[in-house]
Structure formats: structure tokens, C-alpha cells
Design a protein around this ligand. Structure first.
Ligand code: CTP
Length: 395
């Protein structure tokens, strides 16, 4: 069945590169419908895009020749993927703030299709705090970003902001149109987020894990056909659709839930950051600060969850994460062996660009057969796919 891409083109000098994307998607058998913003029309003509796409190009929301009320909704519904390339700071701002005042912003607001955004703008604009905030809002709500490249920009500045390679944009779009189904039939257990260890009714010990990496893995595995169970500590991430979510609070609860669900799983991916220590005593009443002395809290070790389940591993694939600030490789390999894992993904948590809470990550994957490979910096969604490709390569 022919797939449809609705493609927004906005006011950026990179709009001329959009012609290449329209043409190559069309050659790959995709039905492309272009919405060109008023600013976009200053850079390229509707005629060029009509000729390349073979479809009318929509420029004006109030064009009397087409019934716009119906048109923006029908285009929104028709889209299998909604691509905006190049995407300006203006459209990013409108989308992130719920503004719909032209054909593109109105249509993208009404779509249920995956939204792919390839920004292109001057580097100072790209790095502007409001633009960054708007992009993060859109990422948190599931928009897929194809990050711009660094280099010489059309304005003469050097920096980040150049539209990503058009071949990359095309490939990503085709990938979303024809998702892999390679994990169909596999039951994958993923853990995510921190654990919370109570001290008394109002106080607790936790850590900085946001859960983003584990949620990204769960989502990626689910889109590839796997039956996914996600056990998570308290986080603010949205549950990916189709994923079976189990909420836990403490490290002991996480351990019990993993042991229970491990039995029926084909693979376990431990992206959670369970507490290694928990207070020996959980006070039933709030601790009071009587007098001037400090407070001594006795912490006891929790169970190592991976070590608890790995002796019953059988044919299952197990991957852990190693969050390290120093002696990275040495610590990761030690954990790979001592926890009985097939793979361990090393995270350098001292690197601010990819640390806790970031939307990006870079991992080095060590396997028990001695191989080692670095992913480079990517979105957590792309890292998730990169890891799944390697974990299940031989299956
Ligand atoms: N892990 C686990 N049980 C724990 C603690 C961690 O199964 N009680 C898992 C994590 O989910 C991760 C891997 O072990 O997949 C490594 O976690 P990490 O926090 O990096 O290492 P620790 O084993 O806790 O060792 P240390 O804190 O000393 O670095």
C-alpha cells in the first residue's frame, strides 16, 4: 500500500534542499504532499515542488479553490509520517506552544502520525534558550528530531544549525514508514528509572535517573514487534503505547518484580538505577531534629538484582548498564563478568551532554565475547534501536 508523507517546508535557505528530499521520497514510492509556509515560498516555488511531488502544493489556508476546513484535517489524517524539513525556529515555537495560525501549524496540530522535525537555522538562533526549551518540549511529547549539523552556515557563521544530510532525513522517514518487525514474538523485560528508599514518612533517598533511556528502549522494542514489560521507578515519562507498565518504588520491590517477570522473558534489559543501599530502619513517624546534634543514618546493602537472576539465565539475553564517572572500561567489564551478563552498555555520567536527564546519550557496548563498540552521540531513541540491533543480531 502506498504510504503518505505530509511534508512541511518553512522559511530557511535550506528549503532548496527540501526539493531533493521530496524527489527521493517520491522515487521510493512515497506519496508526498507538501505544505509550503509563506516564508518558505520566498525561497522556493510551489511549481518546483508540485512538479517533483506530482501533487498540489498547499500554501494558503484560506485559498478559496480548495476547501481548507476539510483540507487541513484530511491531510493530517492522510499522513503516515509528518515531516518538517527544514523546520524554522518559528514553527518549532508555534508547535511547542499550541499555536495554529497557518496551514502548516494547523495541520501538524491535528495529526496523529509520527512527527519528524529537521531544524535548520543560524547557530545563535538554534542555541537560543527559548528555542532549546521549545525543542525539548516537543521531544518530551514524542516528536522525532533529526539534529542539524555543524559547519559553515549560509549566513557566513560557523556553528550548529545546518540542515541534516538530506539522505539521512529520507532514510529516517522511510524507516518510520516501514518499521522493522524483527522482534515479533520476543518477550522483553525492561527496567527504568530510579528507586526510592524511605527514611521516614516524609524523607527518602533516591538518585538522578530520569528513566528516559529505559523508556526509549521499551518504546523501540515495542515498535519492532516485541511484547514489552517495563518495570519503572517513579518518573515523569509517558508510557509508550502497547507497553505493559509495572510501577515500583523501592529496590526490593524492583527486585521482586524482575524475578517474577524474568521467568517468562526472552531478554532482560536493566536500565534502572536501583539503590545499592537502603536505610536499615524506616521510621514510622517523622524524625525530629531535637537538640543540636546531627543524624546518623545506618544504610544496609540491597540485593544486586542482576546477580540474583543471572544464574537462571538459560538462553535469555541479559544486558546491564554501567553508569561510571571514572575508570570507565575497567568498571564496565568487571560488571559484565561479575553480574553474568551478555552485554553491558557503558554510560559516562560525568559527560554533561549525555548525563542523567539528557535527551541524548552515547554508549560503549561490551559483550561477553570480548567485542566493544561505541555508538557516538545520538538521541536516546536512536541509541535504543542501536542497542537492540546488536543484542538481537544473531537471533
Ligand atoms: N543493578 C542491579 N542491582 C542493583 C544495582 C544495580 O541489578 N542493586 C544493575 C543496574 O540496573 C545496571 C547494572 O546493575 O544495569 C550496573 O549498575 P551500576 O549502578 O552502574 O553499578 P552497581 O552494580 O550498582 O555498582 P557501583 O554502584 O558500585 O558502580
Amino acid at each position: 500500500m502506498t504510504k503518505t508523507v505530509v511534508m512541511g517546508i518553512t522559511g530557511s535557505i535550506a528549503a532548496y534542499k527540501a526539493c531533493d528530499i521530496v524527489s527521493s521520497l517520491k522515487k521510493s514510492g512515497v506519496d508526498v504532499h507538501v505544505i509550503l509556509t509563506a516564508a518558505g515560498e520566498k525561497f522556493i516555488t510551489p511549481l518546483t515542488l508540485e512538479t517533483l511531488s506530482g501533487n498540489p502544493v498547499i500554501t494558503d489556508m484560506f485559498n478559496r479553490e480548495t476547501p481548507w476546513e476539510v483540507e487541513h484535517i484530511s491531510l493530517a489524517k492522510k499522513a503516515d509520517v509528518f515531516l518538517i524539513a527544514p523546520c524554522s525556529a518559528d514553527i518549532i515555537g508555534k508547535m511547542a506552544n499550541g499555536i495554529a495560525d497557518d496551514m502548516l501549524s494547523t495541520t501538524v496540530m491535528a495529526t496523529a502520525a509520527p512527527v519528524v522535525i529537521a531544524p535548520a537555522m543560524n547557530s545563535a538562533m538554534y542555541l537560543n534558550a527559548f528555542v532549546q526549551k521549545n525543542m525539548n518540549t516537543l521531544k518530551e511529547h514524542g516528536c522525532i528530531f533529526i539534529e542539524p549539523e555543524e559547519g559553515l552556515l549560509a549566513c557566513g557563521d560557523k556553528g550548529v544549525g545546518r540542515l541534516a544530510d538530506t539522505a539521512v532525513i529520507k532514510e529516517k522517514t522511510l524507516e518510520l514508514l516501514n518499521p522493522k518487525n524483527d522482534l515479533k514474538g520476543k518477550k522483553i523485560l525492561v527496567t527504568a528509572g530510579p528507586t526510592v528508599e524511605s527514611i521516614d514518612p516524609v524523607r527518602y533517598i533516591t538518585n538522578r535517573s530520569s528513566g528516559k533511556m529505559g523508556f526509549a528502549i521499551a518504546e523501540a522494542a515495542q515498535t519492532r514487534g516485541a511484547d514489552v514489560t517495563l518495570i519503572t521507578g517513579p518518573v515523569s515519562q509517558k508510557t509508550p503505547s502497547g507497553v505493559n507498565r509495572i510501577d515500583i518504588v523501592s529496590s526490593a520491590q524492583l527486585c521482586a518484580a524482575v524475578v517474577e517477570n524474568f521467568k517468562k522473558a526472552d531478554a532482560l534489559i536493566m536500565a534502572a538505577a536501583p539503590a545499592d543501599f537502603t536505610p536499615e530502619t524506616v521510621y514510622e513517624e517523622k524524625l525530629k531534629k531535637d537538640g543540636s546534634c546531627g543524624l546518623e543514618l545506618k544504610l544496609v546493602r540491597t540485593k544486586d538484582i542482576l546477580k540474583t537472576v543471572s544464574p537462571d539465565k538459560g538462553e535469555r539475553i541479559i544486558m546491564g548498564f554501567a553508569a561510571e564517572t571514572h575508570d570507565h572500561e575497567q568498571n564496565a567489564v568487571k560488571k559484565l563478568n561479575s553480574k553474568g551478563l551478555d552485554f553491558i552498555a557503558l554510560n559516562d555520567v560525568s559527560n554533561k551532554n549525555i548525563a542523567f536527564g539528557s535527551n541524548n546519550n552515547a554508549v560503549t557496548l561490551y559483550s561477553k565475547d570480548g567485542s566493544c563498540e561505541n555508538s557516538g552521540v545520538m538521541s536516546k531513541g536512536d541509541v535504543a534501536h542501536w542497542l537492540l540491533d546488536r543484542l538481537f543480531a544473531k537471533q
